[in-house]
Design a protein around this ligand. Structure first.
Ligand SMILES: Nc1ncnc2c1ncn2[C@@H]1O[C@H](COP(=O)(O)OP(=O)(O)OP(=O)(O)O)[C@@H](O)[C@H]1O
Ligand SMILES: [Mg+2]
Length: 420
């Protein structure tokens, strides 16, 4: 229906590598900025400081693209989508104002309250006295969240009152007008649901579950994400419809009525608690690594959906088609990730792994020097395995990982274990 000629994809992680593959599979021409070395054969790459919205808009103009797709949150919160749209170019991604749904947890709580969306009870604190009284009120386990973007390091969940108070103090010192959110602990399994929206119409994708902690059995520190899988065979019947009806659509409607329409991807992180579903957080973009699992199951083209969301025509587009197969994604992280990842180690076996049937190796923190592939970031690669069910997909992903060597690297061995 839409004749997309050219897309500029912004970002450099495995999420963007997955987006690139899906867009190309759908027949679109894509250029990436800055991209990563895993994308070299599939797309032209341009250097770019992604936090510079004007630079993104300049590149979109000089490359004469029809659509810009922005992967990470930082450019969105900085207004990159506004800068692109100001040049008359369609952009998949919310305005800076709407991206506050991710950029300020206090703002997200306000919107949810106004929209009647179920979430953890919370107090927004601006000084340590308020923090202490909120910690008293909620009791352990304590949940302390930096109001602003913190690159996955903003949230501490702990039984230790001293650690909770100290984290709140750090958050309060971090910015000028600082706030920290203290909230009720939510039990139960977590689910991630992505929805594509043009600000009116909502198109949910398939649900996924991610693994945020570094170690097996959810031990160790929080990370950017160590693995994910989709679908969720254990999820209650009608879960996606329920989340759309009770969370996504009311939020999108509220934002529009408040004069801050949200167009792009709304990511709802949810806990299925004993008292029903609750929003843990909103993000304003595709999540990494869930995207790698969800898009592995997409059978229809991605580009027309993103273009329609960017141009207010989502109601006219056929809904996405999904494979019944399962996808399991395992992240390979560098030594010492997440504290101080060691860089510059050689990565071997990627081509052999990628050549396996129903396996894809997506790049994130990699670079090539003197013809050798080296680690260049905390999360180095994600390996995607597909199969008729989660066990098959798991087997493929881990068999592929057996081919890849990276000194002292880390990966979880329990992704999607016992989930089907
Ligand atoms: N109220 C809560 N009760 C229990 N666990 C929570 C709660 N809030 C957050 N968590 C845990 O902490 C993780 C990170 O929290 P949250 O998603 O709000 O932070 P974030 O830094 O914005 O994460 P992301 O990097 O995914 O955007 C959640 O995935 C969840 O596992
Ligand atoms: Mg977040």
């Amino acid at each position: 229906m839409f004749n997309i000629v050219k897309i500029l994809l912004v970002g450099s992680g495995a999420r963007e590598h997955a987006l690139l593959r899906a867009l190309i599979a759908g027949g679109d021409e894509v250029v990436v900025a800055p991209g990563n070395v895993g994308m070299n054969e599939a797309a032209a790459r341009f250097p770019l400081n992604v936090s510079d919205g004007q630079a993104i808009a300049d590149l979109a103009e000089t490359e004469s693209v029809d659509l810009v797709v922005i992967g990470p949150e930082l450019p969105l919160v900085n207004g990159a989508a506004d800068a692109v749209r100001a040049r008359g170019i369609a952009c998949f991604g919310p305005s800076a104002e709407a991206a506050l749904l991710e950029g300020s947890k206090a703002f997200a709580k306000q919107v949810m309250a106004a929209a009647g969306v179920p979430t953890a009870m919370a107090r927004v604190c601006t000084n340590q006295t308020e923090v202490e009284s909120a910690l008293d009120a909620f009791g352990p386990p304590f949940v302390v969240k930096d109001d602003g973007l913190a690159g996955g390091k903003g949230v501490v969940v702990t039984d230790d009152r001293r650690i909770a108070g100290e984290h709140a103090a750090v958050c309060l010192q971090r910015h000028g007008e600082a706030a920290v959110v203290i909230e009720e602990y939510l039990d139960g399994p977590e689910v991630s649901l992505f929805a594509i929206t043009d600000g009116v119409t909502v198109v949910p994708l398939q649900p996924a579950q991610d693994y945020k902690r570094l170690g097996d059995g959810d031990a160790g520190p929080n990370t950017g994400g160590m693995g994910a899988y989709s679908p969720l065979p254990w999820a209650p019947e009608g879960l996606v419809d329920d989340i759309v009806a009770r969370v996504i659509q009311p939020t999108i409607d509220r934002m529009r009525l408040d004069g801050v329409p949200f167009a792009g991807l709304l990511y709802a992180g949810l806990a299925l608690t004993s008292r029903g579903l609750r929003v843990v957080e909103f993000n304003a973009r595709f999540g990494d690594p869930e995207t790698q699992a969800v898009l592995a199951r997409l059978e229809s083209p991605l580009g027309p959906l993103l273009f329609a969301a960017a141009t207010g025509t989502l109601a006219e587009v056929a809904p996405p088609r999904w494979s019944n197969d399962a996808a399991v994604v395992v992240v390979l992280a560098a030594a010492n990730y997440p504290q101080a990842p060691r860089l510059g180690d050689e990565v071997c076996g990627v081509e052999q792994a990628d050549a396996l049937v129903d396996v894809a190796v997506l790049h994130a923190g990699t670079e090539v020097a003197d013809g050798r592939l080296l680690s260049a970031g905390g999360r180095v690669l994600t390996v995607v395995g597909c199969g008729a069910n989660l066990s098959d997909a798991r087997e493929r992903a881990y068999a592929a990982l057996d081919h890849i060597t990276l000194a002292d690297s880390q990966f979880r061995r329990d992704i999607a274990l016992n989930k089907d």
